[in-house]
Design a protein around this ligand. Structure first.
Ligand code: PRP
Ligand code: URA
Length: 356
């Protein structure tokens, strides 16, 4: 297990002691600082611990300041982090069992070193109970994520493999379309992870039982024409009741600006979970323009799903629409002088429809 650990000046000595002990026990530690008792600001270190865990670089995090309060607040600002400030071994146990706390916070000026060690041991060895607690945690996450978007790059081997095939210049339009459909279905599986579910009573051939069903959140899939069309079929296989809106945009060949030529969205767009789809996020101009239109029409819960993204496009989109969740199959290196993604896959629309 990899553990991120961080502290401010007040927590420095305890952090060093906890870290040394866990290293001896075989844990891999990522120390995000601070590295001395010189006065520093706890938010930076709380954020650093939270981000390291939220980005998947560490499995868990430990954050320490004088009281534990400031640094726990800082950690909890990061979407996906459940940081628990603990002052007893029982709290360390409960925050794992019920809250699946991925960060433990401690106040170095509040507790003796031995208690800190015991709390960390208990927190590391205790599992999450799931069940009703899972439902509650999901509510917590959904609420946080609606205020601040997340950027998720898929690392699933099947998605990686299929994207590699799509990149290959030898792949025909026919195979490209099949792969686009398959990748869209696999990605949609993750994008719909937060859909609300509810308990319903049914009867199996054996007995009555309570099972889960979708609580009826309606979905709108919005492809950016033309290349976004390649994703629609695969997504509809997974969510056949979704409505499909269309936004027609093309990039001006000289300025690379997105020009709108068509827009037709479901009337109740303001009530739907929206998934905007486009294989390529290059400069980000098309995605930003499309989401501008959708917001003007009342769209709120907006997700953006693409195959390949350039860092420039991710930056533009997250700055323009920080509330939008971005799902990416592969993050590439950069843009070339014509704003095409490198290594990329070329012009997605042309490859889908065989127009070049
Ligand atoms: C492609 C792609 C995106 C856009 C991405 O469309 O499908 O919509 O470029 O580039 P950006 O991030 O720099 O805006 P294109 O303009 O080639 O139109 P097409 O889908 O009709 O081929
Ligand atoms: N649009 C594409 O289709 N490909 C790119 O690499 C960039 C924009």
């Amino acid at each position: 297990m990899i553990i991120a650990i961080g502290c401010d000046h007040a927590g420095f000595e305890l952090k060093e002691a906890v870290k040394a002990r866990l290293e001896v026990a075989g844990y891999q530690m990522i120390d995000v600082g601070t590295h001395s008792s010189e006065s520093v600001d706890y938010p930076q270190y709380g954020h650093a611990v939270g981000r390291t865990v939220a980005e998947g670089k560490a499995d868990r995090g430990i954050a320490i300041c004088g009281s534990g309060i400031g640094i726990s607040i800082a950690c909890n600002k990061i979407p996906g982090i459940r940081a628990a400030l603990c002052t007893s071994v029982e709290m360390a146990e409960m925050c794992r069992r019920h809250n699946n706390a991925n960060v433990i916070c401690m106040g170095a000026r509040m507790i003796p070193e031995k208690l800190a060690f015991d709390m960390v041991d208990k927190w590391l060895e205790t599992g999450f109970e799931g069940g009703k607690h899972e439902r509650r945690i999901n509510q917590l996450e959904t609420e946080v994520f609606t205020k601040m978007g997340k950027v998720m790059v898929f690392d699933h081997p099947l998605i990686q493999h299929k994207v590699s095939l799509m990149r290959d210049v030898r792949t025909t339009s026919k195979d490209f379309r099949v792969l686009a459909k398959e990748v869209a279905l696999l990605m949609a599986f993750e994008v719909t992870r937060d859909l609300p579910i509810q308990d319903v009573e049914i009867e199996t051939p054996m007995c009555k039982t309570t099972v889960k069903e979708l609580a009826g959140e309606d979905i709108a899939i919005i492809p950016i024409l033309r290349a976004g069309l390649g994703f629609v079929e695969g997504m509809l296989e997974l969510v056949p009741n979704a409505k499909v809106g269309h936004i027609g945009l093309y990039r001006d060949p000289v300025t690379h600006e997105a020009i709108e030529y068509y827009c037709k969205l479901p009337e109740d767009i303001d009530k739907r979970k929206i998934i905007v789809v486009d294989p390529m996020l290059a400069t980000g101009g098309s995605a930003v323009a499309a989401i501008d239109f959708i917001k003007k029409r009342g769209g709120k819960d907006i997700n953006f799903m693409c195959l390949i993204a350039a860092p420039e496009g991710i930056d533009l989109l997250t700055n323009a629409h920080p509330d939008v969740h971005i799902y990416i199959a592969a993050k590439d290196e950069k843009l070339d002088e014509n704003a095409y993604i490198l290594p990329g896959l070329g012009d997605a629309g042309d490859r889908l429809f065989g127009t070049k």
